[in-house]
Design a protein around this ligand. Structure first.
Ligand code: GUN
Ligand code: ZN
Length: 490
C-alpha cells in the first residue's frame, strides 16, 4: 500500500508531493478553489481547465439549507457539485469565527461530511483570532483538541481526516498543539485562524505561526494553510512547508472588481493595461473587460489562471532548486512581505535540515540572501577544513599564489574555502561583483572563524578596495592584509 502523502522533491522547507484521496491523487503544492454551493461564479466542472485538481466547499452551508442537505444526502457531494475529483469540506468553523456560534455539533457535522462522501473531513475546530489573551487561546485550544480527539475516534473509514492546528499567535501554543496532534495521526494538518493575519499583512507573525506549527508536526505530513488564496504569498508559505491552499479570493476579489497578480492586486477601474497573457487578458483590453456584461465571471477566471500559474512556477522552482530565489522576488512586492522574508531566514537554522545538500546554483538576490540556509550551513561546517602552513585568501587568482601551501577563494556571502571547490555547489553561486554590507558581514565573520579554527596556518588576505567593512580590521589582526592593487608591485 502506498502512503497517503508521498514527497517527491524538496527545496528549502518546500516540497512537491502526492496526496492520495478516494477520488484521486492530488499533486502538491495545490490550491483548492472554494466553491460556495449557493453562488457559483465558475461551475465546479470547469475548475479542471484552470489547473484545479481538488476543490473545497463548506459542509455547514450545505447542511443548513434543507434542499442542499437533502440533495447531498441523496446523491452525494460529488454529484451535487458536479465534480468527480477530490473535494475537501470545511465544518462551519469559519462561520463560528465570524458569527460567534453555529447550529451544529462536532459529531453532527462530522457525520454529515462522512455521509455525503467528502474526501477530506474537517472537525469543528475553534479558530482563535490574533490579539486575544494567552488564557483564552489556551482554553479554546483545549476544546479544539477534545473535538479533534473525538473526530479521530469517529472517522475510521478511507476518508481523510484533517486536524487543524490552532493557538492564535502564540508560537509555544502552536507547537504544543501540533506535536500533540501529530500523535493522533491526522491525514492532513490545516493551520487555522491565519486569515486575520493575512488580511492585515502581518507576515512576520504568519511566518512564526507556520514555523512553530511545522516544528511540532511530522515533516512527512501534508499541511494546509487555511484561507490562504493570494498567489503573492504562496512561495513564502511553500518554502515554510505548506502544501495546500484554498482560494475564495479568486471569487471574492472578482466580486469587488479586483484583479489579482503574483505581485499584488489592482483595481480593474484603475487598470489601463492588462499585464497578463491568460485567455481572458489575451482576448480583452482593460476597457473591454470593465464594460463586459460578465465582468465578474471573467475577472474570476483571470484570478484563477494567475493563481494556478503561480503554483506551477513554484513547483518548477522546487524542481530546479530555485524556490528561495522565487520567494525573494515575491517578497519584494510589498514591504510587509519583505518583513516576512526576513522572518523566514530567522528560521534558517531549522530550514537547513530540509534543504537538499546539493541543488540549483545559488543566486544572490539582495541582502536577505546572506541569511539563507545554504549560507548558514557553510558557516556550521567550517570545522571540516584543516589548514596548515601558508594560506592565501583571494577573490580572484593573483600572481605567485602557487607558492602558498593552500589557496582559498573568497566569495561573499560564504567566505573563504579551498579553491578546488570553486565550481562545486554552493560555491558556484552567482553573486554580484561588489558584495553589499550584509554579504560581507557573513563572509568576513566566516573567514575570521576559519582563521580561529586553524591557528597553525599563516594567512594572507588579498583585499579588494571596495570591501569597506569594520571586520576588515579584525582580519588584519589575524592575517597579513594586502590590498590587491598593492600586491607584488614591480
Ligand atoms: N477557514 C479559515 N480559517 C479556518 C480555521 O481556522 N478552521 C476552519 N475549520 N476553517 C477555516
Ligand atoms: Zn489574465
Amino acid at each position: 500500500m502506498s502512503a497517503i502523502f508521498e514527497i517527491l522533491d524538496k527545496d528549502a522547507g518546500g516540497r512537491i508531493g502526492k496526496l492520495r484521496t478516494l477520488h484521486g491523487v492530488v499533486e502538491t503544492p495545490a490550491v483548492m478553489p472554494v466553491i460556495n454551493p449557493n453562488i457559483q461564479l465558475i461551475p465546479p466542472k470547469d475548475m479542471r481547465s484552470f489547473g484545479a485538481e481538488i476543490l473545497i466547499t463548506n459542509s455547514y452551508i450545505i447542511y443548513r439549507k434543507e434542499e442542499l442537505r437533502n440533495a447531498a444526502l441523496e446523491k452525494g457531494l460529488h454529484s451535487l457539485l458536479g465534480f468527480d475529483g477530490p473535494i475537501m469540506t470545511d465544518s462551519g468553523s469559519f462561520q463560528l469565527s465570524v458569527y460567534g456560534s453555529v447550529e451544529v455539533t462536532n459529531e453532527e457535522i462530522l457525520g454529515f461530511q462522512e455521509k455525503i462522501g467528502s474526501d477530506i473531513i474537517v472537525p469543528l475546530d475553534i479558530p482563535t483570532p490574533p490579539d486575544v489573551q494567552f488564557r483564552r487561546a489556551e482554553e479554546e485550544l483545549a476544546i479544539t483538541v477534545e473535538r479533534l480527539e473525538a473526530a479521530r475516534k469517529f472517522i475510521k473509514g478511507k476518508q481523510l481526516l484533517a486536524g487543524p492546528v490552532q493557538g492564535s499567535v502564540y508560537p509555544e501554543l502552536r507547537e504544543k498543539a501540533a506535536s500533540y496532534l501529530r500523535d493522533l495521526n491526522f491525514e492532513v494538518y490545516p493551520l487555522g485562524a491565519v486569515v486575520p493575519l493575512m488580511e492585515s499583512y502581518r507576515y512576520t507573525e504568519l511566518v512564526d505561526v507556520i514555523a512553530a506549527s511545522k516544528k511540532g508536526l511530522s515533516p512527512s505530513s501534508p499541511v494546509h494553510l487555511f484561507g490562504a488564496g493570494h498567489p503573492m504569498m504562496f512561495a513564502l508559505a511553500v518554502a515554510l512547508g505548506c502544501d495546500l491552499f484554498d482560494s475564495a479570493a479568486y471569487a471574492l476579489y472578482a466580486k469587488d472588481g479586483r484583479y489579482i497578480t503574483a505581485n499584488g492586486t489592482y483595481h480593474l477601474e484603475k487598470l489601463n493595461y492588462l499585464p497578463c497573457s491568460c485567455p481572458v487578458c489575451s482576448k480583452y483590453t482593460a476597457d473591454e473587460l470593465r464594460k463586459a456584461k460578465n465582468k465578474e465571471e471573467l475577472l474570476g477566471q483571470h484570478n484563477l489562471y494567475v493563481t494556478f500559474a503561480e503554483i506551477r512556477l513554484i513547483k518548477q522552482s522546487i524542481k530546479d532548486g530555485k524556490l528561495l530565489e522565487l520567494v525573494e522576488q515575491r517578497c519584494r512586492a510589498h514591504p510587509k512581505l519583505l518583513d516576512g522574508l526576513k522572518r523566514l531566514y530567522i528560521h534558517s537554522s531549522w530550514l537547513e535540515q530540509f534543504d537538499p545538500a546539493t541543488k540549483g546554483t545559488y543566486f544572490y538576490c539582495g541582502p536577505e540572501s546572506a541569511s539563507r540556509p545554504e549560507v548558514l550551513r557553510f558557516g556550521k561546517r567550517l570545522e571540516r577544513f584543516n589548514l596548515e602552513g601558508s594560506a592565501i585568501i583571494r577573490t580572484a587568482p593573483v600572481k605567485g599564489e602557487k607558492e602558498y601551501d593552500r589557496v582559498l577563494a573568497f566569495k561573499a556571502p560564504f567566505g573563504a574555502f579551498p579553491v578546488e571547490m570553486e565550481e562545486v555547489y554552493p560555491f558556484n553561486a552567482e553573486v554580484p561583483k561588489f558584495p553589499d554590507y550584509e554579504a560581507l558581514s557573513t563572509a568576513l565573520s566566516n573567514t575570521i572563524k576559519l582563521m580561529d579554527l586553524n591557528p597553525g596556518a599563516e594567512f594572507t588576505f588579498i583585499c579588494e578596495k571596495e570591501f569597506e567593512h569594520p571586520l576588515i580590521e579584525e582580519i588584519g589582526k589575524k592575517a597579513k592584509l594586502v590590498y590587491r592593487e598593492d600586491w607584488r608591485k614591480e
